[in-house]
Design a protein around this ligand. Structure first.
Ligand code: FAD
Length: 282
């Protein structure tokens, strides 16, 4: 799988959700074609915890690998799934040629009662390592602003270390807009003896009210000054786009200057918001 060379001094990766309809597939293909030019190290595909994207995620990973010639990487969640379901997905991903996986606990859709055989992402990492040795490079999630269900930041950091000790090779963070939260998290993790790369997750801002909803759910903080500027811009959609791209590009610059090992973009299957940030960085 060959790709053009990225003009940025560090590796990039892009995250997608699996398209389910023909229209979504058209948009997905268009977005992948546009972002491929930035030579990502991989493009990952989310997985609906509890099996809501059971076939769509593998299909999309295969689409990335065979139709687009890029390293498609599956996300795999354990909550709501049985060990056997997880084992058969791992087998399928090996058969598709995958050697990297994003291993997560996931969040069950509200109302779904089935909790599954594994409770924490660390158990999933252990299962993958026990049964597949070093075949997969395992990425796990990290939360610089603390996972919303954690008792406190220290407990969350200890649980993060458990995933690393279970065999994770690298971590991708939940998105954030305060770079100090990332730098402090990395420093605290290093003090605990965590040595793996911790890659910042970057969420370009396309739709501010949607972002506020996501942020309430995942515990990411939107700084007050950003909300206030957004409110002041009102219906000025061009102004909002410019401001949003500038603040995310500035965040990326701070992260690059501060030694981030790579950048992982949450694309939400749209090319424009991510490209607007990358153009500013180039
Ligand atoms: P864990 O590491 O298991 O942690 C979850 C919570 O449990 C934390 O509060 C932690 O402190 C606590 N915990 C962990 N271990 C223990 C323990 N032994 N005892 C007590 N408490 C413990 N979700 C999806 O559904 N599909 C996706 O494809 C997806 N992709 C993602 C990609 C990235 C890069 C990131 C950052 C998140 C993604 N998520 C996805 C969201 C993720 O599933 C949620 O944040 C979820 O709530 C936690 O997942 P985790 O892997 O961090 O879980």
């Amino acid at each position: 799988m060959t790709s053009p060379v990225s003009p940025l001094p560090l590796p990039l990766s892009f995250e997608f959700y699996p398209p389910k309809t023909d229209d979504q597939r058209v948009q997905f293909d268009r977005t992948v074609r546009k972002l491929k030019g930035h030579a990502p190290q991989f493009m990952s595909v989310t997985f609906g915890a509890g099996g809501s994207t059971l076939s769509h995620t593998p299909e999309t990973v295969q689409r990335l690998r065979s139709d687009h010639g890029v390293a498609g990487v599956p996300h795999l969640t354990c909550v709501g799934g049985s060990r056997e379901e997880i084992r058969s997905l791992l087998k399928l991903y090996r058969a598709l040629g995958c050697d990297r996986i994003v291993a997560l606990r996931g969040d069950l859709p509200s109302g779904m009662a089935r909790s599954g055989d594994l409770r924490h992402a660390s158990e999933l990492v252990k299962l993958i390592r026990d049964e597949h040795g070093d075949h997969f490079k395992i990425e796990v999630a990290a939360n610089p602003e603390t996972h919303p269900q954690a008792d406190d930041a220290h407990a969350d950091l200890r649980h993060f270390k458990t995933k690393v000790d279970a065999g994770a090779n690298s971590a991708i963070t939940q998105y954030f807009y305060n770079p100090d939260a990332y730098f402090r998290f990395v420093e605290d993790a290093r003090k605990l003896g965590v040595e793996i790369p911790i890659v910042p997750g970057i969420m370009p801002i396309a739709n501010f009210s949607q972002l506020r909803r996501f942020s309430d759910a995942c515990g990411a903080e939107i700084p007050r000054w950003i909300s206030q500027r957004m409110r002041a811009l009102g219906d000025d959609s061009e102004g909002i786009r410019e401001f949003a791209s500038d603040i995310v590009a500035n965040l990326c610059r701070r992260l690059i200057d501060g030694g981030a090992p790579a950048l992982h973009f949450y694309t939400l299957n749209m090319a424009k918001p991510t490209l607007a940030v990358l153009e500013r960085l180039d």
